[in-house]
Design a protein around this ligand. Structure first.
Ligand SMILES: Cc1cc2nc3c(=O)[nH]c(=O)nc-3n(C[C@H](O)[C@H](O)[C@H](O)COP(=O)(O)O)c2cc1C
Length: 275
């Protein structure tokens, strides 16, 4: 049994669903929690009453462990009160909201993972006592903050701290997860792989784009847009070249050969992660 999964995450399999903006359906979150991993609800732009409704619906599907993730500085503080109503034990912070929220979450007994991509961001997370670090390598789909390949980032972190580390970015196969856990990280976090699952709330044609994508279909879009200053996105150029979460994908997307039920994906990874 992986002690980080049991003692910190409160789950059986050291596998976390990455926050996937509006692609994280209640069914996807609950299925992963029921399968032994951690289901993650991004409170991305949700009003407190919407967060309450989402958590009620998720709780009707699972009593398993749920993590709530905060992404941007616009996210509403009132959402914290809703987490307490549902006795949420885990949260994840990223970007500007991390210094603002971490101690407020921890004051309620919530364990907090801080997603980082650089040495400076690691310093911030350690100086504010993150319970665990989420290392986002440059391979990651979506908004990317790291100039470092995941393996290099994990080495950088290990040379500085014994704080538990979750590896994220470009992990699509059980064999890759097995290279990382337990030698270089305590758990993995998967985003793009679950975008190609039956329960993700993208369309069949979006999922087909992911399964058909080649390595050269993925770019790091450095144009600055919307309300995410300095936020580069790793995304597909196929399917109309749209800058939307449905097109986010990691550098290794060509490894994803089929759309699968999320429980099957978790079970395949569990064979490697729970040895
Ligand atoms: C479709 C999609 C949406 C994402 N949305 C968010 C988000 O709302 N908040 C966040 O902190 N990270 C978000 N991310 C990035 C993840 O936190 C994570 O770093 C990344 O998915 C892990 O890499 P992978 O996609 O290579 O597995 C998103 C990633 C994808 C692919």
């Amino acid at each position: 049994m992986n002690t980080f999964a049991a003692d910190v995450l409160g789950c059986k399999i050291p596998l976390i669903l990455a926050p996937l903006a509006h692609l994280a359906s209640n069914e996807l979150i609950a299925t992963i929690a029921n399968a032994g991993g951690i289901g993650t609800l991004p409170v991305h732009r949700l009003k407190p009453e919407q967060t309450r409704e989402r958590l009620q619906q998720i709780r009707s599907l699972t009593s398993g462990p749920i993590m709530v993730s905060f992404t941007g500085e616009w996210e509403r503080d009132e959402n914290l009160d809703v987490l307490l109503e549902f006795e949420i034990q885990l949260a994840m912070v990223f970007w500007w909201n991390a210094p603002r929220l971490i101690h407020r979450l921890q004051a309620h007994g919530i364990k907090v993972g801080w997603q980082i991509g650089t040495d400076d961001q690691l310093s911030d997370a350690l100086s504010r006592d993150a319970d665990f670090i989420i290392a986002q390598g440059l391979e990651a789909g979506g908004h990317v903050r790291s100039p470092h390949r995941l393996d290099d980032l994990l080495t950088l972190i290990r040379n500085r701290t014994d704080c538990p580390v979750v590896a994220a970015g470009g992990i699509n196969t059980p064999s890759r997860a097995g290279q990382l856990v337990p030698s270089a990280a305590s758990a993995v976090m998967l985003g793009t792989r679950f975008c190609a699952s039956d329960e993700a709330s993208n369309s069949d044609s979006d999922r087909t784009l992911l399964v058909d994508a080649k390595r050269e279909s993925v770019v790091l879009d450095t144009s600055l847009r919307g309300d995410w200053p300095c936020a580069f996105r790793r995304r597909l150029t196929t399917g109309g070249d749209l800058d939307i979460p449905e097109r986010y994908a990691n550098t290794n997307v060509s490894e994803i050969e089929s759309v699968l039920p999320a429980a099957q994906i978790v079970a395949d990874f569990a064979k490697v992660l729970n040895q």
